[in-house]
Design a protein around this ligand. Structure first.
Ligand SMILES: NC(=O)c1ccc[n+]([C@@H]2O[C@H](COP(=O)([O-])OP(=O)(O)OC[C@H]3O[C@@H](n4cnc5c(N)ncnc54)[C@H](O)[C@@H]3O)[C@@H](O)[C@H]2O)c1
Length: 418
């Protein structure tokens, strides 16, 4: 990875603290993760050979509650990426005003090269390796890139065996029949659309009728695509790792969701009239600079950079992914007057419903999907209102508004705890 995303986090933290005129002593704890765990995971492969994978769990900050954050399986996962993702979780949980700190996990692996049995052995080995540092009141993982409910179920099963009893509240994003919450799978994408709609409203704009381009057709991107269409938007471009689809007349959002659920890559999509497909990285580069009103990066970090930021045509950027914009590009977007709804607000729907799942598990409740979605809309609406209010008060970008909101809450927690 060319950019160290933890340096991006530190640069943004410093800018927000300066804007608030905070003393360094009020934020210095947020510069250092409280704990970083690195493990090696020896796995017997199906062909009998032995391979060792590297795994991480970073616990960034626990001022406001137990560490919370997903587990990523990706060939580029490394300690700096996991540190940044953990720090962003601290900020995100504070913006969402849920009683958690921030953590994140990762294993350096391309899971598409593993069989299901190898994937299960790897997940169980990871759960065993981090057993001592996770737990329902210390650190609660969840899915992230290339991990899903099935993987969370294996993690939960392995933890529960060691713990002596079924402990569903150790992990969220589980399948619904195994302690998961209704509405969790769609929550991040749903939250992206709520964040876009409510923020635009706060600035006197309407979501309906806008053209939208979405990078990434996974859990977050495909749900967002489907729901943007339901809000009356036109989807003009969608991409995944195989390339990008473009169609000025509109791409069917529901179909994109089906593709994501069936794990079919977009390169297999049958092109209709007016549709074009550009394969691979070239397609994704074209998507980021396509003529659209709203751009939703929902794949990986470091996509909008100093190199391509001048060519971005969107008027609004809604960060479905974590850290898709580098710190330099962020400043350039602000100077160009492009409104960016930052990751720690835009994609907080996932952790909000993870919190609801944890509460249901601890209380042995089962809420209806309507109840979960209604609670999500209220919690996200409050977060958007706080962030927009701070952006207006400080005459700053929404990213600064979000960091300021988080820092207000984190510095209060630090003062109270002493
Ligand atoms: N899943 C959640 O609840 C959640 C919550 C908050 C934030 N996020 C963030 O959202 C982003 C996406 O997560 P997800 O859960 O949807 O992952 P996912 O694995 O379900 O989907 C990722 C998508 O990105 C595509 N992709 C991968 N590499 C790419 C590349 N180089 N160029 C373009 N597309 C590429 C994949 O093909 C896939 O369509 C990540 O940044 C993640 O941290 C996820």
């Amino acid at each position: 990875m060319s950019q160290n995303p933890y340096l991006n986090y530190l640069a943004t933290l410093t800018r927000a603290a300066e804007r608030m005129q905070l003393d360094e002593s009020e934020i210095v704890r947020l510069r250092y993760p409280e704990r970083q765990v690195q493990v090696s995971l020896p796995i017997r492969m199906d062909d009998g050979s032995l391979r060792v994978f590297e795994g991480y769990r970073v616990q960034h900050n626990s001022l406001r509650g137990p560490y919370k954050g997903g587990i990523r399986f990706h060939q580029n996962a490394d300690i700096n990426e996991v540190k940044a993702l953990a720090a962003w979780m601290t900020m995100k949980c504070a913006v969402a005003n849920i009683p958690y700190g921030g953590g994140k996990g990762g294993v350096t692996v391309d899971p598409s090269t593993l069989s299901q049995t190898e994937l299960e052995r790897l997940t169980r080995a990871y759960a065993n390796a981090v057993y001592d540092v996770v737990g329902p009141f210390t650190d609660i993982p969840a899915p992230d890139v290339n991990t899903n409910g099935g993987i969370m179920a294996w993690f939960c099963d392995e933890y529960s065996k060691r713990n002596g009893h079924l402990t569903p509240e150790v992990v969220t994003g589980k399948p619904v029949p195994f302690g998961g919450s209704l509405g969790r799978e769609e929550a991040t994408g749903r939250g992206v659309v709520i964040a876009a709609k409510e923020t635009l409203k706060s600035f006197g704009e309407e979501l309906a009728g806008k053209r939208v381009a979405v990078q990434g057709n996974g859990n977050v991107g495909s749900v967002a695509t489907m729901l943007f269409e339901k809000e009356g938007c036109k989807i003009v471009a969608v991409s995944d790792v195989s390339g990008a689809l473009f169609c000025a007349q509109g791409i069917p959002g529901e179909k994109m969701r089906q593709y994501a659920l069936s794990r079919t890559l977009l390169k297999n999509y049958p092109l209709s009239e007016g549709m074009t497909f550009i394969p691979g990285a070239e397609g994704n580069a074209a998507l980021l600079t396509v003529d659209t009103d709203i751009l939703v990066p929902a794949a990986l970090e470091n996509q909008i950079t100093a190199e391509n930021v001048a060519k971005v045509q969107a008027k609004y950027i809604v960060e479905g992914a974590n850290g898709p914009t580098t710190a330099e590009a962020d400043v350039a977007l602000e100077e160009r007057g492009i409104m960016l709804i930052p990751d720690i607000l835009a994609n907080s729907g996932g952790v909000i419903v993870s919190y609801f799942e944890w509460v249901q598990n601890l209380g042995r409740y089962m809420w209806s999907e309507e109840e979960v979605n209604a609670k999500l809309a209220v919690q996200m609406g409050n977060a958007v209102a706080s962030v927009c209010a701070n952006a207006k008060k400080y005459n700053s970008s929404l990213r600064m508004g979000a960091y300021i909101t988080a820092l207000e809450r984190l510095t209060v927690a630090q003062k109270l705890r002493g």
